[in-house]
Every structure is written in structure tokens, then in C-alpha cells.
Design a protein around this ligand. Structure first.
Ligand SMILES: Cc1ncc(COP(=O)(O)O)c(C=O)c1O
Length: 360
């Protein structure tokens, strides 16, 4: 988006002249950015922290999650590696059983039971459930509300990686009883790389962060008194903010990106993307492709399995020759349109699919 690029180049230029950066500039963007992100997920700004990556935010979460006696931790099959490795490390460190919930096969009538299987696996010994809001390979959309409810009943913490949906789908941390929700900026928030936001519920307010940045102390705005070492952190989730969070290039970019996404509206974005992916699914099913069941499908991120014998990587190369760009994740072909796509793009994709699948 042009406005995001311009904000970044302005930021670079401003840093060329340090006299243009005042102490106030270290703090002007954070509040606005958190208000905007908070309005997307129904969270107060004070419970949000700027993060450089999902793995970073997860480290802060897991450092503060208590194991249970004979406890277990739950995730889903083929979860994104940053989540899987963070949870596995925590489970091993604390002697907790790691339960990886396998899905029913894609295309089977039981496929939609995946969320129920997660719910059934949660018991009084579950310390934490860590899943993505939608599966990053296939777009399977989990029943977060029901999973969060079962977590609450069993005093298990619910940690959600919202990277593949926040900005394109509505999500409500209170309604879904989510304790930690993390999203990078560079996907559906349309922002730059190496920055994102994480929500930590009030349960984390007294936790121990993985690093000690001067900016996270309650006196940080008073530059002349920083060495009067203040023991209090910024209230809420401020202690989990990454060091050098006042990034003079990335923050103005993220600020612009969030304004734009909010102006479009995540609801409108998902509705528009859904109209495009519905078109793809209608055409794709006729060609024998398999998609997630209607009730568990994300409108903006669609994984499809090609009919037998077609190599997804060769298929991707065929598409690229026609200037159609998709991703291959595992054995799933992932299509993730946005407002810059239209029906002609879907029809171009369907044309190449037809040739690759039917050979004519
Ligand atoms: C579901 C999901 N989580 C996280 C990430 C990025 O993780 P990290 O910020 O740790 O690099 C991605 C990137 O593709 C993703 O798809």
C-alpha cells in the first residue's frame, strides 16, 4: 500500500537528521497503534505489547504459564513451527504431555469435527492450548469460542496465533476467552516485517518478561531520570514489549497500515475475499479439487488439494508462467486473495487449473 511505503520512507529520512527526533517521538505512535489493534480484537490498549515476531511473543507467554501436576499441553497437527517448537520446549521443560490433535482427512464428512476433537482433548490437567485461529496451510477455521469455553472450564490458558486472520476476520478475545492473541503485522494487517502485536490478558499482568527494556519502565518518558532505576513496569502488558519498540521506520508504517485496514473493515475484507474464493471453490470442485467444509472455511485463505497425481509444486510453476501466484504449503495449494484481486484473477487461476488437471 502506497501510504505504508511512504510512511516508511519518511521514517528513514527523518532518522538521517537526529535533531529531528525528540524524546516525545519515542512514544507517540505506540498508543495510537494499540488503540487501533485493540479495537480489532476487543482488547484494551493497555493489555497490548509491540513484538518483533510470533516466536518472541510466545516466549513471553510460555515463560509465565504454570504447568499442572501430570499436566498436558494441546496443539493441532501441522501447526506453524514457531508455535509448535515454543509449546514443545515448554512441555519438555515442565514434564507436560504434548497432545497434537490430528484432523480427520480433508474431504471426509468428519473433517468438521476437528474443533470438537480439540475440545474433547481438553481436561482438568490441560495447562495450555496453543493453536492458530485458522490453519496456515488449509485455512481451516477453528471454533475458538467453544474451545475457549472448554479452556475456561478447565482453568487452561488459551494462546491463539492470529497471524493468518487478524485484519481479515473479526475476532473477540473476551468472547472467545483468549488469554494470549498474537499477530504479526506483515500479513493481514498489511504492515511491515519484524513488527506485530500481542494481547496478554490481565492474568499476565504480574509476569516476568524475557528481557528488561528501559522503555518498559513506568518512568521511561522522563529521559533525565532514567538512572533513578524505577522498579515498576508500565501497567498491563507493557512489560512484554520488545526492546527498541520505538522503531522510527516500522511504527509509522504500522500506524498507516492499521488505519487503512480499519477504514476498509475486516468484515468487509472477509466478505469481499469470500466472494472471490466462493467462485474458486465452485470451479475447483468441478475439477475434483478438495476444500475445507463450508462451515470451517476461512473466506480469505483457502487451501485446496489437487486431484490425485498432480504435483502441487509443478502446478505452482504452471501458474507462475501465467502470472498467477499462489503458495504451496505441505500438500495444500493455498490461495489468499485480498482487495487488490478481482474475479478476473480467480478466472485466470481456474483456467490454468483446468489445463493442469484436465490437460486441455
Ligand atoms: C500462523 C503463522 N504464525 C506465525 C508466522 C510467523 O512467525 P514468526 O513471527 O515467529 O516468524 C507465520 C508466518 O507465515 C504464520 O503463518
Amino acid at each position: 500500500m502506497d501510504s505504508v511505503v511512504m510512511a516508511g520512507t519518511d521514517g528513514v529520512k527523518r532518522k538521517m537528521d537526529p535533531s529531528m527526533v525528540t524524546p516525545n517521538d519515542f512514544f507517540i505512535y505506540q498508543g495510537r497503534i494499540k488503540e487501533m489493534f485493540g479495537s480489532m480484537i476487543n482488547a484494551p490498549a493497555k493489555q497490548l505489547a509491540l513484538i518483533p515476531s510470533v516466536s518472541y511473543a510466545l516466549s513471553n507467554a510460555f515463560q509465565n504459564i504454570k504447568p499442572k501436576k501430570g499436566g498436558n499441553a494441546i496443539t493441532i497437527a501441522d501447526e506453524f513451527p514457531s508455535d509448535y517448537f515454543s509449546l514443545k520446549k515448554w512441555a519438555e521443560l515442565h514434564g507436560q504431555e504434548l497432545r497434537v490433535i490430528q484432523p480427520p482427512p480433508m474431504g471426509s464428512s468428519e473433517r468438521q469435527d476437528w474443533s470438537n476433537q480439540i475440545i474433547e482433548a481438553i481436561d482438568e490437567r490441560t495447562a495450555v492450548v496453543n493453536i492458530s485461529s485458522v490453519h496456515w496451510m488449509t485455512g481451516f477455521s477453528y471454533n475458538l469460542k467453544a474451545i475457549g469455553q472448554k479452556c475456561r472450564e478447565n482453568k487452561a490458558l488459551f494462546v491463539v496465533d492470529g497471524t493468518q486472520s487478524v485484519g481479515a476476520l473479526s475476532i473477540d478475545v473476551r468472547d472467545c476467552n483468549i488469554n494470549v492473541l498474537i499477530s504479526v503485522a506483515y500479513k493481514w494487517l498489511m504492515g511491515p516485517y519484524s513488527i506485530g502485536l500481542a494481547y496478554y490478558s490481565e492474568l499476565f499482568d504480574d509476569g516476568s518478561p524475557i528481557e528488561e527494556s528501559w522503555m518498559n519502565r513506568s518512568n521511561a518518558q522522563n529521559f533525565s531520570r532514567l538512572s533513578e532505576y524505577e522498579t515498576e513496569y508500565v501497567p498491563g502488558a507493557g512489560r512484554y514489549e520488545v526492546g527498541e519498540s520505538a522503531n522510527f521506520i516500522l511504527l509509522p508504517m504500522l500506524d498507516q497500515a492499521l488505519r487503512q485496514v480499519l477504514a476498509w473493515g475486516p468484515g468487509e475484507i472477509s466478505e469481499y475475499c469470500g466472494s472471490l474464493t466462493d467462485r474458486l471453490i465452485q470451479g475447483g470442485e468441478k475439477l475434483g479439487c478438495i476444500f475445507e467444509p463450508k462451515d470451517c472455511r476461512s473466506p480469505h485463505l483457502i487451501g485446496m488439494q489437487l486431484p490425485g497425481g498432480i504435483d502441487p509444486v509443478a502446478f505452482k510453476q504452471n501458474l507462475e508462467r501465467e502470472k498467477v501466484f499462489i503458495s504451496v504449503r505441505g500438500n495444500s495449494v493455498r490461495v489468499s486473495p485480498h482487495l487488490y484481486n478481482d474475479e478476473k484473477d480467480m478466472d485466470a487461476l481456474l483456467r490454468v487449473m483446468k489445463v493442469s488437471i484436465e490437460g486441455s
